[in-house]
Design a protein. Structure first.
Length: 94
């Protein structure tokens, strides 16, 4: 159902759907399932769901790491879900 909503998003009144979609995105982002989290980030981006910003930040922080863990030559590493959350936050202009 949500995938169909994404496909026809330009034909829908996003303002009327925003509360329902925000709740759905929050539920998807809270799951420990990469497919659900991916769909949640897509919903947040496509419909500008600012209400899920805290969940996106939490998702970003959870998958953020450093290699090596200590030392001067550290490189930031993002897990795929964290990168998707970062992109969604960019789309929200957060």
């Amino acid at each position: 159902m949500l995938l169909m909503v994404l496909r026809v998003r330009t034909k829908l009144d996003a303002a009327k759907l925003r509360p329902l979609l925000t709740d759905a995105a929050k539920q998807l982002l809270s799951q420990n399932n990469s497919a659900a989290m991916d769909l949640g980030t897509k919903l947040a981006s496509a419909f500008q769901l600012a209400g899920v910003e805290p969940e996106l930040v939490k998702m970003l922080e959870a998958g953020w790491g450093w290699s090596p863990r200590e030392g001067a030559n550290q490189t930031a590493i993002l897990q795929p879900q964290s990168l998707a959350a970062l992109r969604a936050l960019r789309d929200l202009k957060s």
